[in-house]
Design a protein around this ligand. Structure first.
Ligand code: FSO
Ligand code: SF4
Length: 525
């Protein structure tokens, strides 16, 4: 096996004997085979008129190979078979044909992993960025939204991985991917807002009420909505976990009285937090860690998430087994107090672009009057590395005349802190999930228009944490928009070669984080 797609990759270079994430070598090989088949399907799609099923097969195949999504060889084999069948539909005459117009066999990923370092780096940026974008495209199509430009780019990007290209061509494709991902996030933003309403600021408790409950993790709001419907009137409370927290801000989800609060902190703490939990946990997307025996019988997966021996809810989305498990386990006997990592018990979410831009005048006046000196976007993924307390300390040390915007699961490092207010606005505003980076971009663009300057000239600094491939596509979007001076940590991706890093540093001043003190001094001068 070879895999270096996430931040925790072994020795900072690549997992070769087993994944730090728990992915076994044979599973990694299945994932490579699946990716190779996707590349072949994408090439076939470029020569034909792909149908909806071609695109959904590609999108779900890519999503499946994101870190902490699918550890199940049988599930991966079924998906590989489906991809091959989809390819056959497009090129029926290619079976057994040696014509060479389109290589019917899957691409051998070994060619990529063992190839030229800079080409491997750029193709990896494309592949991992596509995987991240696929997650967003999946959530959008589940809600009835898709976009031909986005769909076509999945084929273009995948096909490029399977053919010879020079660094200039690949760099151009990397930037195109950033732009297409902006479109994809916009699509998902529209899908979420049209389906569930515009998020509103909402305080969410970390305490758990006595009685049966279900914890729902991941990013899929549609699965949450279905679960809320199926548990109505059954005496079961629903608690969000990790990236599901921002669901509380959506009017069409918060209206359910049994959507009670948020359980636990970010994904990497699940093996401790789920220990002996008297409730089932439903994983709708990443980040699933190998379940420990002490709670494995309570874990359920759905959609692209799968793990051997763990019960999977199929496409009929009949959550009866999860509901029965909640009733059987019964929850806590008494109200159960829990806190965030800094001891706070209230998390506030719902500050997406709709809310922030509705008070844009107030924000602009506060900047003009000097009440707000600087904005920070401190967001991205959380992870297990000790160095990630940088983000807690950074936020803690931001001066009182600065605003902290945040998003994605990295916020669990500080979202239980009370930073107070500026001019009636909270100093810390949670804009949502990782895909809600779109909200941050909308706000930044609106501020730049109000101040008649570029985004780079705003008193705004992005301090990002990355872990998996959704963060990759978001970073590419920010770079494609020309946003410079981004701080990134806790470490640089293993798949960025020294030459490609130089391009990113020279053109965008992409900066590794150092210490909160030094970085704040550098930013605020
Ligand atoms: Fe986190 Fe996991 Fe949203 Fe990621 S739960 S790490 S970037 O999947 O997707 O922020
Ligand atoms: Fe290693 Fe990350 Fe790949 Fe898992 S996803 S095998 S931890 S690089």
């Amino acid at each position: 096996m070879f895999c270096f797609q996430c931040e925790q990759t072994a020795k900072g270079t690549g997992c070769t004997v087993g994944g730090v994430c728990g992915k076994k070598a044979d599973t990694a090989n299945y994932q490579d085979e699946l990716t190779g088949e996707l590349i072949a399907l994408a090439k076939a799609a470029q020569k034909n008129t792909p149908g909806v099923s071609t695109y959904t097969t590609i999108i779900d195949g890519l999503f499946t190979t994101i870190t902490n999504v699918n550890f199940d060889n049988e599930s991966l084999q079924r998906k590989i078979n489906n991809i091959r069948a989809e390819k056959e539909k497009l090129l029926p005459s290619c079976s057994g044909c040696a014509g060479g117009c389109v290589k019917a066999d899957g691409y051998d990923m070994g060619e990529l992993w063992g190839g030229n370092e800079d080409i491997r780096s750029l193709k990896s940026l494309i592949l991992f960025g596509l995987r991240g974008m696929a997650a967003y495209a999946h959530h959008a199509y589940v809600l009835g939204k898709s976009d031909e430009t986005v769909n076509r780019f999945f084929c273009k990007g995948l096909a490029a991985i399977g053919k010879d290209s020079c660094t200039d061509e690949l760099l151009a494709l990397v930037m195109e991917l950033g732009n297409v991902n902006l479109k994809c996030m916009e699509l998902l933003d529209a899908a979420n807002n049209e389906t569930y309403g515009t998020p509103v600021p909402t305080a969410v408790t970390t305490n758990i009420e006595k009685g049966p409950f279900i914890v729902i993790s991941g990013h899929d709001l549609h699965d949450l909505k279905l679960l809320l419907e199926q548990t109505k009137g059954k005496g079961i409370n629903i608690y969000t976990h990790s990236e599901m927290l921002p669901a509380h801000g959506y009017p069409e989800l918060k209206k359910y009285p049994h959507l009670k609060g948020n359980f636990g902190t970010a994904w990497q703490n699940q093996q401790v937090e789920f220990e002996n939990i008297p409730a089932p946990i439903l994983f709708t997307t990443n980040c699933l860690m190998p379940p420990k025996a002490s709670y494995a019988d309570r874990v359920f997966t759905t959609s692209v998430v799968d793990y051997p021996e763990i019960k999977h809810i199929g496409d009929d989305k009949d959550f009866t087994p999860v509901i029965n498990k909640a009733l059987e386990l019964g929850g806590y006997a008494d109200n159960h107090a829990m806190t965030g990592i800094n001891g706070g018990s209230t998390l506030t979410t719902g500050f997406a672009h709709g809310t922030v831009l509705s008070v844009a005048d107030k924000v602009i006046d506060a900047v003009k009057a000097g009440a707000i000196r600087h904005f920070f976007l401190v967001g991205g993924c959380d992870g297990a590395k000790p160095g990630r307390n940088y983000y807690t300390e950074f936020v803690r040390q931001t001066p009182n005349d600065t605003v902290v915007l945040t998003l994605a699961c990295g916020k669990y490092r500080f979202n239980d802190l009370d930073l107070g207010e500026i001019g009636g606005l909270p100093r810390m505003m949670d804009m949502g999930q990782c895909n809600d980076a779109y909200s941050a971009i909308r706000v930044a663009v609106a501020l730049s228009q109000a101040f008649n300057c570029t985004v780079n000239e705003l008193p705004l600094t992005l301090v990002l944490s990355w872990y998996e491939q959704k963060a990759v596509c978001i970073l590419l979007t920010l770079l494609a928009l020309g946003i410079k001076n981004i701080f990134i940590g806790p470490s640089l991706p293993a798949f960025i070669s020294p030459n490609i890093l130089k391009v990113l540093v020279d053109n965008y001043n992409l900066t590794p984080i150092s210490t909160p003190e030094a970085d704040l001094k550098k930013i605020l001068g």
